[in-house]
Design a protein around this ligand. Structure first.
Ligand SMILES: Nc1ncnc2c1ncn2[C@@H]1O[C@H](COP(=O)(O)OP(=O)(O)OP(=O)(O)O)[C@@H](O)[C@H]1O
Ligand SMILES: [Mg+2]
Length: 359
């Protein structure tokens, strides 16, 4: 009995955590479960019921599914290599042996591969993941990383997620990471942290103002934890990653051969992109808006910005891109096309390609 209560002297009852009071008086009401406070009517007592802990749960899998290839093909060797690395025996608690980094240019199929691994990890592995991307709304900085990954750790811990502030979230994340790794180890399992798209981190700046996701990754993962990251070879490791960090070691690098399936998707995307550019009018304007925003816009957002209706935006995108019906495809494809356009070019040209599109 850990509930607390106040009452008239004549009647005193304690309630268990999450207990439900009985309302017995005139005009009385009762409520219970995990709401925390209960007030009943005339002739009843006033209780404060201790709320039971709300165990954290994560729905991040849905985000991963939205980034995964519609139909994933091949990559058996790569997935097997990732699995072998994840479950390799021994605590390699120091440095480079706990890290694996896929490097490949744009459109090679890194995200598709990482998503395939996260959605079907080896049976003895618990995966926590984050995909740094502008294809999804506000999923490309340290704040998003902390929030998303923190919740996944607490879901694995089976505990209520503590409230954090912008000043405490990073320390809380690191503590949760170490505790989760230790718990997995005690259970005879292995914690693997998967982070895709290190090159897409918006928090990376030149110099001391950089606050990258990479710098939050543990220098020496504890309790046998492994870390698998992926990204393009450029830009280089952010300035705020310490000199002694494993991410600065080329020993962790594995070069990913571009997928022929990804190449086919890329050709299709290029054709769609050209169609949108040639179509002019609303299609071209939409492409410009998506480029300028860097992704994450809904049909309603685009409609507002373009001064038109959402339905027209959806129709335009489905017509010009030939995208299959479905909201996700309508909005996701142009964003991916723009990502593709950026991918061809080096940085200075990327900017000018965006300017060209909205001009
Ligand atoms: N093995 C595969 N089977 C089927 N489709 C794939 C495969 N690999 C990649 N694709 C598709 O090819 C496209 C490009 O792949 P992906 O986004 O994974 O590339 P990337 O290397 O992550 O590129 P970027 O550097 O721009 O992030 C996506 O539409 C993806 O779904
Ligand atoms: Mg990617």
């Amino acid at each position: 009995m850990v509930g607390r209560w106040w009452s008239r002297p004549s009647r005193q009852e304690a309630l268990p955590v999450g207990g439900s009071p009985q309302a017995t008086g005139v005009r009385s009401v009762a409520a219970g479960g995990d709401i925390g406070v209960v007030v009943t009517g005339d002739g009843n007592n006033v209780y404060q019921v201790a709320a039971p802990p709300r165990v954290a749960s994560s729905d991040y899998r849905y985000q991963v599914e939205s980034l995964a290839a519609t139909e994933f093909h091949g990559r058996h060797d790569e997935l097997a290599a990732m699995a072998a690395f994840s479950v390799a025996p021994g605590d390699v608690d120091t440095g480079v042996h706990a890290y694996w980094r896929w490097l490949a240019p744009a459109w090679a199929g890194k995200t598709a591969l990482m998503a395939a691994f996260v959605l079907a990890p080896p049976p003895e592995v618990d995966v926590v993941s984050f995909f740094i991307t502008s294809r999804l709304n506000r999923q490309n900085d340290r704040t998003a990383f902390c929030e998303v990954v923190h919740r996944q750790f607490y879901a694995l811990l089976g505990e209520e997620e503590p409230a954090v502030t912008e000043h405490t979230r990073e320390e809380s994340l690191l503590a949760a990471m170490a505790r989760t790794a230790a718990l997995c180890k005690r259970r005879g399992r292995r914690l693997v942290l998967v982070v895709d798209g290190l090159d897409e981190d918006r928090g990376v700046l030149a110099g001391p103002d950089s606050h990258s996701i990479a710098a939050l990754l543990p220098r020496s993962p504890s309790h046998g934890m492994r870390v698998i990251v992926a990204g393009r070879p450029h830009p280089p490791v952010p300035d705020d990653v310490p000199a002694s960090h494993s991410l600065r070691e080329s020993l962790i690098d594995r070069w990913l051969t571009p997928s022929s399936f990804a190449a086919a998707v890329r050709r299709e995307a290029e054709d769609s992109l050209l169609r949108m550019l040639n179509a002019g009018g609303l299609a071209r304007a939409l492409l410009g808006l998506v480029t300028a925003a860097g992704g994450g816009l809904t049909a309603a957002d685009l409609a507002t910005l373009a001064g038109t209706r959402s339905r027209l935006v959806e129709l335009e995108l489905s017509t010009v891109t030939g995208a299959p019906s479905g909201f996700g495809h309508l909005i996701g494809l142009p964003a991916r096309l723009v990502a593709g356009l950026r991918a061809y070019t080096c940085w200075p040209t990327r900017r000018s390609s965006g300017a060209l599109l909205i001009s």
